[in-house]
Design a protein around this ligand. Structure first.
Ligand code: S3P
Length: 182
């Protein structure tokens, strides 16, 4: 059992990390932080523009730095970006500083939910299905490696999904009372 005061959601694009994360943060009285949003605020540029100007490598460097900063604090719920498990140093920080929930989603679910998306640079090409399948093959083992709890992708409302996850968390997450929300 991992006694971290931070909850972290990992999982692929379109899994609902941000929407469900917001609900879960409310439920547990945690400060909600969306990693991509924090990167954009600090940089003053969208994720898409950062990819354009600095490439994926530049984005990943910023992602590592902001993830580390966010998890330095306690009492937080951090919704990560789908690729934040790629770097070993990120996985190490996630495992050490957060109780990690892997929010899974199938490729058909992702395709449906991201149908109109224009913000995600990794989906800019033509064959989204193949792209998402390749990303899943590469990343799924990494999500599982860091996860303290795995939640299967289901077609539920945000409220119901959050309730289901909270029920599961209540059985496994021992949240220390020492660190307060920041
Ligand atoms: C990415 C996922 C995105 C964002 C960036 C890269 C990825 O976040 O960080 O576009 O590598 O899967 P979401 O998972 O919130 O879409």
């Amino acid at each position: 059992m991992n006694p971290s005061s931070n909850l972290v959601l990992v999982g692929p694009m379109g899994a609902g990390k941000s929407t469900i994360g917001r609900r879960l943060a409310e439920h547990y009285g945690l400060a909600f932080h969306d990693l991509d949003h924090e990167i954009e605020e600090r940089t003053g540029a969208t994720v898409r523009l950062i990819f354009e100007l600095e490439g994926e490598a530049g984005f990943r460097r910023r992602e590592t730095q902001v993830l580390r900063e966010l998890l330095d604090g306690g009492g937080r719920l951090v919704a990560t970006g789908g690729g934040s498990v790629l770097a070993a140093e990120n996985r190490e920080v996630l495992a050490r500083r957060g109780f990690v929930v892997f929010l899974a989603a199938t490729v058909p679910q992702q395709l449906k939910r991201l149908e109109r998306d224009k913000k995600r640079p990794l989906l800019a090409g033509s064959d989204r299905r193949a792209r998402l399948e390749a990303l899943a093959a590469e990343r799924e083992p990494l999500y599982r490696e860091v996860a303290d709890l795995v939640v299967p992708g289901e077609d539920l409302s945000v409220a119901n999904a959050a309730r289901r996850i909270a029920d599961a968390l209540d059985g496994v997450w021992s949240r220390p009372a020492t660190e307060s929300a920041a």
